[in-house]
Design a protein around this ligand. Sequence first.
Ligand SMILES: [Zn+2]
Length: 537
Amino acid sequence: MSIQHHMVVAASLLLAVNTVSAQATATTAGANAGSTRLDPIIQRIASLGKDSSRTYNLMQALTDSIGPRLTGSPGLKNGNDWLVKTYQSWGINARNEQYGTWKGWRRGITHVDLVQPRVRTLEGMMLAWSPGTGNRTIEAPVVILPEFRDSAQFVRWLPEVRDKFVLVSFPQPTCRGDESWGRWKDSTWIRTMMEERAAAARAWTNRVNATGYSLGLGTGSLGRRLEAAGAAGIIASRWSNGWGVNKVFSSINQRAPAIDLSCEDYGLVFRLAEQKQNPVLRVTADAEFLGEVPVYNTIAEIRGSEKPGEYIMLSAHFDSWDGASGTTDNATGTITMLEAMRILRKVYPNPKRTVLVGHWGGEEQGLIGSRAFAADHPEVVEGLHALFNQDNGTGRIGSIGGQGLVAAEQYFTNWLSKMPPEFSANLRTNFPGTPGGGGSDYASFICYGAPAFGLSSINFDYSQYTWHTNRDTFDKTVFDDLKHNATMVAMLVYLADQDPQKMPRGRASLAPDPRTNQPRSWPSCQEPQRTSERYFR
Ligand SMILES: [Zn+2]
């Protein structure tokens, strides 16, 4: 069959499947030409991506040596500089573009020991932007946040926290991963256990709310109030429902350290305190506030030879949380784009349109870097032909949505039909889809109606085990899938550059929101926060 005929088949299958289900499976596999008929540039991209991949070394350098890239940390700036140097070593122009400032903070060591009633070194670390202990070691007893009728009663109790560590999180009854219960207990038993656990967690939330303050992402305004009352430190724990995993976010404390303890160790200290066995903790924590520091997006560029005012963008945020090394969020997206650019520079160094990469800062605080870029570069938003963003873990790209743009289906169908079949096999598509209002950086562009798409990875236990956790480390990378993704992005960029016309921006009428049944409206663009002032207030 001819390529054209295959494309028609693929397109009609897409349409047929999509009328059945919004999350349709597009059976484009095999509906394209065999490898002998592939465009020679596509063939070269495929072989470079597979046989001379640099993903392992790039990932290792970034996540092991540079480490996490918290916004405002020296690690993020080191990473920005490493990206620029890496691009330049390949002959690609790159620059760090300042988009604002953020609270500068250097994380040093955290060491937490239980010293009474027995000795055990605990698994814990400061929350991001926590104060340290200031060249000292703090040894202090522990107090559990009690139940209060109201905020007035809480305030009367506050003198109790002076020179004590305050436990503010729900003590999980079990730190065994839910999947283990599922294997060994029957479903009735599990349902009861989970209901009891959920009720206890709600009661704890009510306990926190009764203070009139909140924990925010970590210790929040409650932590601030406790440190003002003289607490030695705030101890929290945010279990991520699996073996050994906690989500480690941030504190807005200014003086007292805010520490996340593992689920097991938090439970240990909590029970010792609850049973009046007088636990004492010893904490050494080193951290340094560096004032408001400049923060950057790293932008790399291969200038277009025929239509330099039209843009194809690769997009992945570069900042991370710092409970581990930010591997699947989002070093994998970062290396996908970096490796795709390396391949493109080798096999397709003179694109017609300008190829831009955005390695964004401040995504974790609200897509700040990409929103600022879109606001600062209206010419790119205006001239955008297509943007490909990746930001949900290490798995291979398993679904693509049209973001509510009518033309997306036709363009993606065409691109996919020109790739080797493994790139469209098992790929789920959702056209026209709905425009995302947040979640990742494509939203900073689709809000203007510019064609910006998310390349969504298969799950790989992302939300439970690696997303924002203390286990998001190099070893979690699935290199087979990372190579696949980098190769696919390079192909998408090349194929998009062959399109004679910039993608039209006609908007589909949006399906009602299934939760509210209300008609959806196109998401509006938000003003980026250019400083950290509001975030830490
Ligand atoms: Zn992310």
